[in-house]
Design a protein around this ligand. Structure first.
Ligand SMILES: CC(C)(COP(=O)(O)OP(=O)(O)OC[C@H]1O[C@@H](n2cnc3c(N)ncnc32)[C@H](O)[C@@H]1OP(=O)(O)O)[C@@H](O)C(=O)NCCC(=O)NCCS
Length: 195
């Protein structure tokens, strides 16, 4: 099952992607505002190619894709590797994109918080990882608020505007989730205590 199900935030909902979402996906991947700060999930392409990609994603063993909605409108996507094969069981965020026309309205934070609640409370994962470009102020801010910590850094990985930019490798531990959000955000009863 590699198309994600419903994960509810306060203002956003992560839900199963559909073919109707694909034109917007293609538009975001072509948008230079997205491309300059983060890796894209596939290059822009014709509708038939996107349909194939969605079919492939549905068969994917380890990476899960969600569409993000706000007020019933599609506003983004998230894709993460999630699993217990690695030790400890972890998530790895690969793509987390809000429609550039909807930036700075709080959707990114709300959806990220909901997704991490799903990782830590529902899936009971121990850590989550991501790679962020160091000029990506919005992503760095969200990561910092969640409780991610840098554990490694790639120097001068990306080139733009006549200069190089580093890449920050970040990890968030389950303990950070529990400390910061365990009391306020918990939706599911912790494993081991449910009857
Ligand atoms: C990262 C991203 C998802 C954030 O989405 P968003 O909906 O604009 O985020 P929010 O409105 O919830 O803002 C989150 C925080 O970042 C801050 N922020 C947002 N854009 C910012 C910017 N350009 N400069 C500085 N801070 C910024 C906000 O002020 C907010 O901080 P606060 O809680 O202290 O007020 C969005 O910018 C995006 O899609 N970027 C391209 C893909 C990407 O970079 N993904 C992350 C790597 S996987």
């Amino acid at each position: 099952m590699a198309l994600g199900g419903i994960v509810r935030g306060k203002r956003t909902t992560l839900r199963t992607p559909t073919e109707d979402d694909l034109p917007a996906y293609s538009r975001w991947m072509a948008d230079m505002r997205v491309r300059r700060v983060a890796p894209v999930w596939h290059q822009p392409a014709m509708p038939a190619t996107w349909k194939e990609r969605l079919k492939e994603q549905a068969k994917e063993q380890r990476a899960v894709l969600w569409s993000i909605e706000a007020d019933g409108r599609l506003v983004g996507l998230a894709r993460a590797r999630v699993g217990g094969v690695e030790s400890p069981p972890s998530a790895h965020l690969q793509h987390f994109i809000i429609d550039p026309d909807e930036w700075r309205k709080g959707y990114g934070w709300d959806a990220a918080l909901a997704l991490h609640r799903y990782f830590f409370d529902y899936l009971d994962l121990k850590r989550s990882g991501a790679e962020l470009r160091t000029d990506n102020a919005a992503a760095l801010r969200i990561a910092e608020k969640l409780g991610y910590v840098e554990f490694g850094r790639g120097h001068q990985v990306h080139y733009r505007d006549g200069g190089y930019v580093d890449e920050s490798w970040v990890l968030m531990e389950r303990t950070a989730w529990d400390e910061r959000f365990g009391k306020t955000e918990r939706e599911y009863v912790p494993f081991g205590t449910a009857r």
